[in-house]
Ligand binder design. Structure first.
Ligand code: ZN
Length: 131
């Protein structure tokens, strides 16, 4: 397994980690197969979406904030209940096909680390799926 760090700078932000995942694929030495990208946190997640126009991830964040406001009478008293909910909505892992040592992503796709309770130093784990 490869682990790398992601430093986030805001309470909520999407960080493009495609390059770091590609680097992990090279370090794992995978030519063809599937990798799992896993986020070992409860208030951050991971998703795949457009990395060509940055307004797309801004809109996703804005939509999540509308659906799950920061304060809405939650019972979790840490003050980050919205972050837990948003992280679960995005999910904690994605799988990507590796073809000829390269992540097989669509033309407009990037892999995003989704921070909902930053700024913090976070971890991402990448492992090759068994054949
Ligand atoms: Zn909490």
């Amino acid at each position: 397994m490869i682990s790398f760090s992601v430093k986030t700078n805001q309470r909520a932000e999407f960080v493009d980690i495609t390059g770091q995942v590609q680097q992990a694929v090279q370090e794992l030495g995978i030519a063809d197969g599937v990798v799992t990208v896993f986020v070992p946190h409860t208030t951050a997640g991971v998703t795949i979406n457009e990395n060509a126009d940055p307004s797309v991830v801004r809109d996703i964040l804005a939509a999540l904030n509308k659906l799950v406001p920061r304060d809405a009478g939650y019972t979790h008293t840490e003050g980050n209940a919205d972050a837990h909910i948003k992280a679960s909505m995005m999910g904690f892992s994605v799988q990507v096909i590796v073809d000829d040592g390269r992540l097989a992503l669509g033309t407009w796709q990037g892999i995003y680390f989704c921070e909902f309770d930053g700024p913090r130093s976070r971890k991402v784990w990448v492992e090759a799926n068994q054949q």
